[in-house]
Design a protein around this ligand. Structure first.
Ligand code: NAD
Length: 341
């Protein structure tokens, strides 16, 4: 797998070798559709496309079927190429469809959201939501290539850019204190290429050592045990939230748990919760029922009947894994957190 960062034009020559003689099929949503011309003109290709509806609610089996039907209808062969032009919802969903169609066809990600560039497109996890569970069904499959081109971000709504920032902050807490300090000092004026590169490198370093999440890849789950439960809980409510904001709240709560477990000192907790609360201020006023959140965490594949498995920070730049906490304890921590929230 190759990862290219820069405007896609720069990679035209190398890329020509990948697609020479292949038929190109393309998956987009109604918002990323506008970038088809840029892609086709830059690479001098024409493609047949399928346009899906955007949004986390559409990361479902019905849309996997639509992609398989599209591929069948066009008699796509394993020698053909699938381009996936979209945010993390589309890279996960279409990546899954491609990884299972005819036991896997080659696909290329053109991530168009910050979240997908900094995180979702990297590391090979594909999947979709099933029976109210986030990413309940999925595979580990790497695309043939990933193109990280910030030109796509010019049309991304600000709220989506902010949501993507949550995963960048997460990567900084997990293992890049320099990035954290950069974000702390420059919360508004960001060098997108720098933060995407740092974020991608951190994730790559981890997933290359542990591609199937047997050990250190679990570090990436920081904020996600709680965050996915919050996201799933709100997904079906009248007030769904974006992935990044659920994760931002998840990181604050899990840092509180780390403090309660004497893993993270008060100063670090204060710094993490203050920086994240300020950065994501307009987006974190969720109405959350902690009992329901616990129910969602229990149905997470990582947890057992009586314990919940957390990845918890010990300082900014270091997260430790496999903290199995009793349900009762998590319940009381959540109660305490929400009382003071
Ligand atoms: P998304 O794909 O739903 O995109 C957000 C919105 O922005 C959508 O409406 C989309 O159409 C629009 N959009 C995307 N690019 C655009 C552009 N350039 N211009 C205009 N609009 C654009 O969501 P996301 O935030 O990109 O990703 C969230 C998803 O990523 C979640 O499903 C999450 O589970 C997944 N994820 C996966 C991994 C992984 O390792 N596989 C990691 C983190 C997150």
């Amino acid at each position: 797998m190759e990862i290219y960062q820069g405007t896609i034009k720069t990679f035209f020559k190398e890329f020509k070798d990948i697609f020479d003689g292949k038929k190109i099929y393309l998956i987009v949503d109604e918002n990323t559709f506008q970038h088809i011309n840029y892609l086709e003109e830059t690479f001098s290709v024409t493609s047949t496309h399928l346009k899906l509806e955007s949004g986390e609610k559409n990361k479902n089996f019905n849309n996997v079927l639509k992609i398989w039907n599209f591929l069948n209808r066009n008699n796509v062969k394993s020698s053909d190429l699938l381009f996936i032009l979209g945010g993390g919802m589309l890279t996960d969903l279409a990546g899954f469809a491609a990884s299972t169609y005819k036991r896997g066809i080659e696909f290329i990600y053109f991530p168009t959201s910050l979240l997908a560039m900094a995180d979702a497109a990297i590391g090979g996890k594909t999947g979709f939501n099933y029976q109210f569970l986030k990413n309940n069904i999925g595979t580990f499959t790497l695309p043939k290539a990933i193109f990280l081109d910030t030109t796509f971000l010019t049309t991304l709504p600000k709220i989506e850019l902010d949501s993507g920032m949550a995963e960048v902050y997460k990567h900084s807490i997990i293992g890049d204190a320099d990035l954290w300090n950069y974000l702390k000092v420059n919360p508004k004026k960001l060098d997108l290429d720098y933060i995407i590169q740092s974020s991608k490198n951190l994730k790559l370093e981890i997933v290359n050592k542990d591609p199937y999440e047997k050990s250190i890849r679990k570090k990436l789950n920081f904020g996600h045990t709680m965050g996915h439960a919050i996201e799933s809980y709100l997904l079906d409510s009248n007030t769904p939230t974006l992935h990044g904001f659920a994760i931002a709240k998840g990181m604050i709560i899990e840092s509180f748990i780390a403090k309660k477990e004497n893993l993270l000192n008060e100063n670090y907790f204060h710094e993490i919760s203050t920086v994240l609360s300020n950065k994501f201020k307009p987006y974190l006023n969720f109405r959350i029922d902690s009992k329901s959140i616990i129910r969602f965490m229990l149905s997470d594949k990582k947890n057992t009947q009586n314990t919940i498995n957390f990845s918890l920070p010990v300082k900014i730049g270091e997260v430790t894994i496999n903290h199995e906490l009793e349900l009762k304890k998590v319940d009381s921590y959540l109660l305490e957190f929400f009382q003071n929230d």
